[in-house]
Design a protein around this ligand. Structure first.
Ligand code: PMP
Length: 324
């Protein structure tokens, strides 16, 4: 659908996937006024098509829109459009456990104007693409490098928005981490360089002395839907949780005292990603002997069970689209 100041958001339509053309002066290409979301639809074991927390994703899209001065979408219009789209494309939702239909809504500015300014016109699109199981080679721990040279986001910046600039800011550091043999980068805050923020495309959680600790939402990290899910499920299980500022030194100290029991990432792509090693300033912290911790495994099984319909959805996270 399209936006202009006269008509607002208008003309929602479903068209086959194809290339689009934009002006070489398209302002998004030059100044990056764009936002996106990533969510998934699943085929359950009893042959229903479901989406996971779609309204949370659409509301987060609007939060990103506010940060980037993009006009907000009508939540119900997008929600209903999304349901219709998935219903039409139901054959593309794969059935094998762990697979899904990835849904990528995005909005970008379309003014063909080379001056730096907020665009007057926009386009919103949704791409659907089936994706293979994330852990095709098995549910294995990842190795993460704590980033102490580069910075992803700063207070007052764009860190809380799901906007391309944040990913552009992380590309080089990601490459350096890969070259050193690490899968992902763990970002520290941009001011003190000591408070833990998030991983490239995941939030990060620690199990310290039985408590699940994760950095509080501070304006410079993404409010992950999977993070919210983990905290809600942990509370349901009676496991203590805490959202607060946590420094890398506190994690290191807990590690040295034998109190750092588990570390894992949370995100739509991987769902739960066990962390087997954290590298910080020349030291390797091997977590739980490099093995998947019991809480991490249980949480992964629980959330993937919600996706497949094998676990009862007591918290109302799963929305049914169609029963086949
Ligand atoms: N942080 C960043 C930077 C991300 O790209 C993602 C993936 N969307 C996450 C955290 C996790 O968010 P979610 O659980 O909503 O996928």
């Amino acid at each position: 659908m399209d936006y202009n100041p006269k008509q607002g958001w208008h003309d929602p339509r479903i068209v086959p996937y194809r290339d689009i053309s934009v002006s070489p002066a398209n302002c998004t290409l030059h100044y990056g006024q764009a936002i996106f979301e990533g969510m998934k639809a699943f085929r359950t074991h009893d042959n229903r098509i479901v989406i996971f927390r779609p309204l949370d994703h659409i509301n987060r899209l609007n939060n990103s829109a506010r940060i980037l001065d993009i006009p907000e979408v009508d939540v119900e219009t997008v929600h209903q459009g999304l349901r219709k789209l998935i219903e039409i494309e139901k054959e593309w939702v794969p059935a094998k456990k762990g697979t899904s239909l990835y849904i990528r809504p995005f909005i970008f500015a379309t003014d063909p104007y080379l001056g730096v300014s907020v665009s007057a016109t926009y386009k919103m699109m949704i791409i659907l693409s089936p994706v293979a199981a994330y852990y095709a080679a098995g549910f294995n721990p990842v190795k993460i490098m704590v980033e102490d040279t580069y910075v992803r986001a700063v207070p007052g910046g764009l860190g809380e928005a799901k906007t391309p600039a944040n990913y552009a800011a992380s590309l080089h550091a990601g490459l350096v981490a890969h070259e050193k043999g690490y899968d992902q980068t763990l970002w520290l805050d941009g001011v003190h360089r000591k408070y833990i923020e998030e991983v490239g495309s995941m939030n990060i959680l620690f199990k310290i002395k039985g408590e699940i600790v994760t950095p509080a939402l501070c304006g410079s990290i993404l409010s992950g839907i999977t993070r919210k899910t983990v905290l809600a499920v942990a509370k349901e299980w009676g496991v203590p949780t805490s959202e607060r500022r946590i420094t890398i030194d506190e994690v290191h100290e807990a590690y040295q005292n034998g109190e750092l029991e588990e570390v894992f990432g949370s995100g739509t792509a991987a769902v739960i990603s066990p962390v087997g090693e954290l590298y910080y300033k020349g030291e390797k912290m091997v977590i739980n002997d490099g093995k998947i911790g019991p809480f991490t495994q249980k949480m992964y099984d629980h959330i993937t069970g919600l996706h497949s319909g094998e676990v009862k959805d007591t918290l109302g996270f799963v929305e049914e689209i169609i029963k086949l």
